[in-house]
Write a new protein. Structure first.
Length: 85
């Protein structure tokens, strides 16, 4: 893929979260694999960027070890879940 597939990654995140229980999380790699099963590793940082934008929009939360974290400072593996009130 030549251009960053932002819209495809956003759609994949939304679809994956819709398919799971409201309390469940996904990994950015789940969305990246859905968009490009062969080249998903190259989409990991774009998927994380999309997740950070969705956090800014109040649509999702990023967690580590079950706790909500600031996406600007999160290092290492993250999970994405629906934003909770």
């Amino acid at each position: 893929m030549s251009a960053e597939p932002t819209a495809a990654l956003e759609a994949a995140i939304e679809e994956l979260l819709d398919a799971r229980a409201v309390t469940s999380t996904i990994c950015p790699s789940d969305a990246a694999r859905r968009v490009d099963p062969e080249g998903w590793r190259e989409l990991m940082e774009p998927a994380r960027r999309v997740a950070r934008r969705l956090v800014e929009e109040g649509r999702v939360e990023i967690t580590q070890q079950g706790r909500v974290v600031d996406p600007a400072t999160a290092k290492g593996p993250i999970r994405i879940r629906r934003a909770r009130p």
